[in-house]
Design a protein around this ligand. Structure first.
Ligand SMILES: [Zn+2]
Length: 410
């Protein structure tokens, strides 16, 4: 799975800070599905789903991690893309907290003009408008996969297109909030994206919010299932601050969602920074080499331990994963490649109704509702995201379902 011995032929240059010294490959895999959050109702098509290579390199300076083998032409975010996780109460609470954080950035009594880059089906945009209680005068979203039939709030509009220097003109002049959640990690051309974002931050009243996975959390928790094709660019607080500083912005970043994500707030840099301004990127912690070494030494072992656990637990009955999104797709694929032909995982449980009765790309595992999994007599559930463990335990208990529940990265 993850190659410990590999060294690049050519030194890899960090696309953010230009460092080319001591950058190391940390993950190498041959056959990652090019998309994880897809609804595939035909099992044969799921099994034959296109794959690409993962060759993740980590910058020794800013800690940025990127897939050197990424080919953007393999990815099409069309209307079959579905990453809706809002059926979870835990996730819903996270979304509400982030929406309130954005609203608090505009002084009470002032109008809010909101723009969201990569807004998916508009779930978060709707939530911001709803929680603004009339203060949000305009809301504009951009997303090429948008095709929701759900009505939008008044004065909200979503453009089904990618956000680029060409589409910048569709952003209203009054805009004071620009938000981009879980989009920057999908963009390989990091400089182009930062340039486009910065073209919107034209005065100090406009604030930019970015939510993205925290690379160091992934390494620290040996979350090998968090490396996949769609996420071609994984940031640390220093990496994102360095990138935004190159376009005249200062950024403050803090951990959210139990540390798995980081939340960055950026504004136009002041000519002479006042006390309390964010630290210069070079003052933020540099990449810790021990973190990458520890990851490379333990990730293979951890995957083998999970495979052994699954083999042992098979004696008690069928086994399901809980979570048919990126983590579940990747974990299933890695486990199945170790298991070969031996019986392994039975199905994947997901609360997203659009995914139920579909199949995971490449492994072709069926995605089912909790009720169906219970009928399949699942006796072990492996939870892909530890943040949902309590919620899932409660649900299973209410269903009077005597399954054993364990979680990754608990
Ligand atoms: Zn770097």
């Amino acid at each position: 799975m993850d190659d410990n011995s590999m060294t690049s032929q050519q030194p890899a240059i960090c696309p953010i800070c230009s460092n080319g010294l001591r950058n190391q490959k940390i993950v190498s895999r041959p056959n990652a599905p090019v998309l994880q959050n897809v609804t595939l109702s035909d099992r044969a098509k799921a099994l034959a789903f296109p794959t690409g290579r993962l060759e993740f390199v980590r910058c020794d300076q800013c800690g940025f991690v990127w897939n050197e083998a990424f080919d953007p032409d393999l990815i099409h975010y069309d209307s079959g893309y579905n990453n809706d996780v809002s059926s979870s109460a835990y996730y819903r609470a996270h979304l509400e907290e982030m929406a309130d954080n954005i609203l608090a950035a505009v002084p009470q009594g002032e109008e809010i003009h909101y723009v969201e880059i990569g807004c998916g089906d508009g779930e978060f945009l709707r939530l911001v408008v709803e929680r603004a209680k009339g203060r949000c005068v305009s809301a504009v979203g951009f997303d090429p996969s948008y095709n929701s039939s759900k009505p939008l709030p008044q004065r909200a509009r979503i453009h089904p297109t990618i956000f680029s220097p060409e589409t910048c003109a569709l952003v209203p002049e009054e805009t004071n909030i620009v938000c981009s959640r879980h989009t920057i990690e999908h963009i390989a051309d990091v400089q182009m994206f930062a340039r486009s974002l910065s073209s919107l931050i034209t005065n100090r009243e406009r604030k930019l919010f970015i939510e993205t996975p925290d690379m160091d959390w992934i390494l620290d928790h040996v979350a090998f299932q968090d490396f996949f094709y769609e996420h071609c660019a994984l940031y640390t607080p220093r990496a994102i601050a360095t990138l935004l500083a190159q376009y005249g912005m200062t950024a403050k970043t803090r951990p959210v969602y139990f540390g798995q994500y980081m939340w960055t707030e950026a504004t136009l840099a002041e000519a002479s920074p006042a006390d309390g301004s964010p630290a210069a990127p070079s003052q933020l912690p540099a990449a810790n080499p021990e973190l990458a070494d520890a990851y490379r030494q333990t990730s293979e072992r951890s995957l083998h331990k999970w495979h052994e656990f699954i083999k042992d637990r098979s004696a008690a009955g069928p086994i399901a994963l809980w979570g048919g999104a990126s983590k579940g797709v990747t974990f299933a694929l890695l486990i199945q490649s170790l298991a070969g032909q031996e019986p392994c995982l039975d199905c994947v449980i997901d609360l997203n109704e659009a995914k139920q009765s579909c199949f995971l790309p490449v492994t072709g595992l069926p995605i089912v509702s909790p009720e169906t999994a219970r009928q399949r007599q699942i006796s072990t559930i492996i939870v892909m995201n530890p943040n949902y463990l309590d919620e899932i335990r409660d649900m299973v208990e209410r269903m009077d379902w005597p399954a054993r529940i364990v979680a990754l990265n608990e």
